[in-house]
Design a protein around this ligand. Sequence first.
Ligand SMILES: [Zn+2]
Ligand SMILES: [Zn+2]
Length: 138
Amino acid sequence: MNTVPIKMTKKRKLILDELRSVKSHPTADEVFSMVRKHMPRISLGTVYRNLELLASHGLVLKLESGSGPKRFDGHVGNHYHVRCSICGKVQDLTEADWPELEERARGLTDFQITGHVVEFSGLCPDCSGEGNHGRFET
Ligand SMILES: [Zn+2]
Ligand SMILES: [Zn+2]
């Protein structure tokens, strides 16, 4: 993690505020369109660089996946995610916090365990056909 103090510019503050205001775990493109409403002249590159910087300082979480774009999370407290394997949508598993996972990991490695990331995969209601959109209208 980057320990040099971050200068909280107006742009960074706005990006952070926008990200913290949603639960959708947006991609950089989505953050860009949210931020642009308030700061029409900001560029995608600026948003992207600032997201990376905020992530390197631990102010936002960067959710990487093997396929699909990175997503960002303004909520950095210990919480777990479930990701849809079809559309890539990410949701929080609220109130999931299992410190015993770290205890178990400590027993299995010489590494000093400092944290953990848990991501479940599945199908969101839209993709599994169980959401409102998938229902048959007769
Ligand atoms: Zn889905
Ligand atoms: Zn989250």
